[in-house]
Every structure is written in structure tokens, then in C-alpha cells.
Design a protein around this ligand. Sequence first.
Ligand code: ZN
Length: 154
Amino acid sequence: MAGLTAAAVGVVRGRKMKSYRKELWFEIRGRRGFVNITGQVEDCLRESGIREGLVLVNAMHITASVFINDDESGLHHDYEVWLEKLAPHEPVEQYRHNGYEDNADAHLKRQIMGREVVVAVTGGELDLGTWEQIFYGEFDGNRRKRVLVKIIGE
Ligand code: ZN
């Protein structure tokens, strides 16, 4: 099938792209926290039946993040210290956003830690690098929030 794009080859072989969507719910006790969600994303991938494709994982809230890094407690402490230096929670009056809210720092922390990650799916597995794990990052907790998992492929 030389000369055909990968998508065209899929059509020629009669394959159909699959699509999967799921929302994961979190309620973090306290203002901030990190949760390793790699296992939950792997469960979604298994449920989808998709072997080759892409998975998108994104926070559906503007004061929470999804990011990839090492599952190491020292690093998570370092993030906490670093983010508090960049955007300290107190004094809350320092932020224009804080009128009836007090979460301006959480918006800023979310911005730097990112909204989403995209991971390749190869042979039915998340094609992650060495030590890479997927995390939910909460910056304004004590309420229920969602993460979207969208998987496309075949
Ligand atoms: Zn806000």
C-alpha cells in the first residue's frame, strides 16, 4: 500500500476509529494535593479496547491540573514550596481576582502546572517514558471536581 497515508490504509483494511470518553471524579481534602491517576487512566484504556491511538487527560476545572512527572514525595513537597513562592495563597487581598473568592493563587498554580496531558497508546498500553506517571493536581480542594479522559484510535 505504498503511497497511501496511514488513515487511508485504515479505510482500505475496513478499520473504524474508536472513541472513548469518561469523567473521573475527585474530592481532595484540604486546599492542595497531588494524586497519581495513572492506574485509573490505564483502566480507561483497557475499557476502551483501543490498542493504537492517543489518550487525552484534562482537568475540567480552572483551579486544578493534570500533569506528568515522577511519583516521588520529595518532588511533590518541592512543587508545593515552589508554587507557594510563585503564587502564595496569603495574603488573599494581594490578588484582584479575590473579591468574593479567595482562590486567585489556585488559578495561577493551575496555569503553571498545566491543564492536560496527551499520551501515546501502543499495543494497548500507555507509552510513557521512564518514571513518567500521570497526576491530578488540586489547588482549591474540598469540593468535587472532574477529569476528562478521551481516547481515540483503533
Ligand atoms: Zn477563582
